[in-house]
Every structure is written in C-alpha cells, then in structure tokens.
Design a protein around this ligand. Structure first.
Ligand SMILES: Cc1ncc(COP(=O)(O)O)c(C=O)c1O
Length: 470
C-alpha cells in the first residue's frame, strides 16, 4: 500500500510529474531561478506547422477576425481629433469548446494519445476544463477535471458551475472541491492513481498551442490592412494567453506591435479566502491571478512555468468589473456578438487604447469566449446582489471590489488604469531573491532574469542593488 498522506504524496511530486508528462525538467533547470526556456519550448518537438495541422484536426484555430465598426465609431465620437484607432476582435469563441483554451489543450491531448496515455487530468475551474474535455473526447481519451467550485456554505460561483456542466457535457468526470489548499494534492493523487497525462495549463505544450493565435492575428491583419497591428490587447490571468500570443506575434515578425495586458481590478479581495470567493463577479482575467503570476510565474503545478508574461508585456491596464459589464452589453447591442467576460476584459482596455491611438492605427482584441448560463453578465450581476454587493449606474471610479459594482453611464467614462511596469518587475525580483539568495546569483541567473523582465542585465543589477539597500 502506498502512503497517500498529504506529506507523502507531496514528497513524490517530482516522480509523479515525470511519469505524467514524460518530460524531465531537470534537463532544462540551471539554478533555483534560471532554466533554458527556449530549449524547453523547442524540445516539445512541435513546430508551428505541426501545431496548425494538429489543431485543424480537432476544430481549433482559423477563427474569424472582425472589425468592430460601430464600436469604433462610438469611440471616435469622443476621441480627440485624428484619434480613434480601429478596434478588431478575434472571435475565439469559434473554437471547439468556445474559447482560446482549446488551442492550449490541443497539443497535450495529441501528445497524450501519441504516448499511449489512457486519459488526461487537469486542475482548473476555468474554460480550460471544457477545452481539455472537448479535446480528449475528439482523441478518444478519458478526462478528469478538478475544480474549486464552492465556498464553505456549499455555494458555487455561477461561472464555475457552468464550467462543471460543460466539462460533463464533453464526457469528463468532474471532481468538485471547495476553496482551499487541497487542489494540488488532489491532482497529484489523481495522476498517480489513474496514470493519466498531466494536461497542466503551464506546460510548454499548452503555451505552444497558443502561439498559433498570435500568428493568425498577424496574418489576418496584414492581409486586410497591409501592415502589422500597432497594438494587441490580451486578457491576463495566469499569463499563458499573453505568452503564447506574443510568441506567435514575434514568430510572425510583429516585433514592433505593442503587447498590452489587461485584467479586471479585484484589489483587496483574497483569492484563497473562503469569504471573498463569491464576492467577485469574474473568475479569471483578474488581478488576483494576473499580478501574482506576472511577478512570480513558477507558482504552478509543473516545476517551471512556460507562461512568463513579463517577458513579453509592454504595458498593463486594469479595468473595473462595472466597465467590463458595460462593454459586454455594448458588444451585444452594437455589434451583435454576445460573448463572455474574459475576452471582454481586453475589449474594455481596447476602448481606452483606441481613444488615444491614431485613427489609421489598429488595435486587436485577441479573443472572445462563449457565454451563457452562469457565465452571462446578467447572472453574475444578480449573484453579486444576492451576496450583498451594491450594483448601480454611475462613475466607474466608484467601483470597490467585493462591495460596489458601478456600471458607467457613457462609453466615455470607460478609462482603465495603467500600471507601473517597473513596480511589477521589482516585485518579481523580490520573489526571485526569496527563491535564491542574491549573493548566489550567477551571470547566468542575471541573464535569465533580464530576459524574463524584458530588460537588460545592467537594469536588473541596479534594481536588485536598490532593493537590497532598502
Ligand atoms: C477566455 C479566457 N481568456 C483569458 C484567460 C486568461 O488566460 P491566462 O490565464 O493564460 O492569462 C482565460 C483563463 O482562464 C480564459 O478562459
């Protein structure tokens, strides 16, 4: 009998990971901080053409890119003279399972099948569960999804309850947990007991799958406008959406395109808190994931995270819950597209960007997601009211996460908030110093950190010296 206590299972973590992915991270790891990121990505063995072929087999990719003409017109009404860039949206809801997460799951499912695994397991409360379940179904594999659904009262967040339904509809078994630290333990036990493939969100297979999204954006914009997009806005949580898309844009030659991250501001709410769990109306694309993952990516269920957003991010915007709800309605009423909250988060930031950008420029919102049932904004607003949150119309400046959702009266009030990128980078460096004492950092560590922060080594050295002094 194997010891299945928490401590014993956690102690077998590396062994379980190795068996469940067929990948040894020790091949890439150079220090407690540094690892050979590009080699890890290359050694998946999948080139862009392979990925396009694999994804086409399972109804992923080749999604339409729409010009949002009516929304653009509305922005131009209050943008200054010569301002008001064209807003485009890539309709990722058209992927099997209804989001870009299908790209992320597709290569894991293919790899699992190729290596003879009988099924896939993943810990996720988001669209990714439905994506893994849908890709597993098409590859004839079993699937187990572990979700954090409930608070301790047994009340499920409506969006996550909808995801449970979707996973089961695609034939997966769903293990539903309440908020707490057991998720990873439960995943390890499941992987060990079933011998399934670990379809983690953060493996190189997942991130390589998203690269095609960036490539498609580049090709579609070029074909229609004869140039690369000036800006691409990307909803940011764990960072895979941004990392994969930005890598794809670079692979397609868009090295001047501004990569803008966007999250819903949930400042003050704690993600692991039982009481805060149901006080938020967004279950992804928010700062509760976006900030910790940007400032320390290696907090995941694999030894090193292939999603490293600060490597690729030029700017980070925050928007309020009320602003996103408002823009969600506008997308429906003006453009005839009823879509879910995550993609509409970056659409909200795109309104702010378009207002400041020149009229002949284009800004691309790189995804949409399906909506319906608990994902729908009307359900989220009534859930917020049921939880004592004030919902009213007014100035979005008055939003208070967990207390008040203020829906703007006019599009002009949608403003977003630009974050200080260097503050994020310093926070990352503090986390790096906790993982590995600064005195022991080698030139290799500095070079890795510089690449991970989109800065040079001199910047990293002076920044860490400043931190150490204070
Ligand atoms: C539709 C959608 N958009 C964006 C995101 C954010 O992606 P990431 O966690 O890779 O930053 C998610 C993740 O849950 C998602 O489901």
């Amino acid at each position: 009998m194997r010891d299945m206590s928490y401590a014993a299972v956690m102690a077998r973590k590396n062994e379980i990971m190795k068996a469940s992915m067929g990948m040894d991270y020790n091949d890439f790891i150079q220090s407690p901080i540094a690892f050979d990121y590009e080699r890890m990505m290359r050694e998946t063995g999948y080139g862009l053409e392979d990925i396009v072929r694999i994804q086409t087999e399972t109804k992923v990719g080749h999604t339409p890119l729409y010009e949002l003409t009516r929304l653009t017109e509305e922005v131009r009404k209050f943008a200054g003279t010569g301002k008001g860039a064209t807003i485009l949206v890539k309709d990722e809801a058209a992927n099997a399972s209804g989001s870009f997460k299908a790209r992320r799951a597709s290569i894991s499912a293919f790899e699992a099948r190729k290596k003879g695994y009988k099924g896939l397991a993943a810990a996720t409360s988001g669209n990714y569960g439905a994506a893994v379940a849908s890709q597993a179904a098409m590859r004839g594999l079993k699937c187990i999804i572990l979700q954090e659904v409930f608070d301790s009262r047994g009340i499920g967040q409506p969006e996550i309850v909808e995801k449970s339904r979707a996973c089961e509809a695609y034939g997966a078994e769903v293990q539903r947990l309440s908020v707490g630290p057991e998720l990873f333990y439960q995943l390890l036990m499941t992987l060990e007991n079933t011998g399934f493939f670990n379809a983690s969100l953060y493996t190189p297979f997942g991130i390589k799958g998203v690269e095609t999204l960036g490539v498609e954006v580049a090709e579609q914009v070029r074909q229609r406008y004869g140039k690369n997009p000036e800006a691409v806005v990307i909803t940011h949580a764990g960072g895979g959406n941004l990392t994969g898309t930005a890598r794809g844009l670079l692979a397609a030659g868009c090295d001047k395109t501004r990569v803008v991250a966007c999250s819903v501001d949930l400042g003050g709410l704690h993600m692991a808190s039982d009481t805060d769990f149901n006080r938020k109306s967004f279950t992804t694309g928010h700062t509760g994931f976006g900030v910790p993952f940007a400032t320390w990516p290696d907090r995941v269920d694999v030894p090193r995270n292939a999603a490293r957003s600060l490597r690729y991010m030029d700017e980070y915007q925050l928007v309020t819950q009320g602003e996103v709800f408002y823009v969600t309605e506008l997308l429906t009423k003006l453009e005839g597209l009823e879509r879910g909250p995550a993609g509409n988060t970056s659409l909200t930031a795109a309104v702010t960007l378009a207002r400041q950008m020149d009229r002949d420029q284009v800004v691309v919102v790189q995804e949409t997601e399906y909506t319906g049932a608990g994902k729908h904004h009307n359900r989220q607003l009534s859930f917020a009211r049921e939880n004592g949150i004030e919902v009213r119309v007014g100035d979005p400046k008055d939003n208070v996460p967990g207390k008040a959702i203020v829906i703007p009266e006019r599009l002009e009030q949608v403003r977003g908030k630009v974050q200080d990128m260097d503050k994020l980078r310093l926070s990352y460096l503090k986390n790096a110093a906790k993982a590995h004492p600064v005195e022991q950092w080698t030139e290799g560590d500095y070079a890795f950190l510089a690449a991970d922060l989109k800065k040079d080594v001199a910047w990293v050295k002076s920044a860490i010296a400043g931190i150490e002094k204070n």
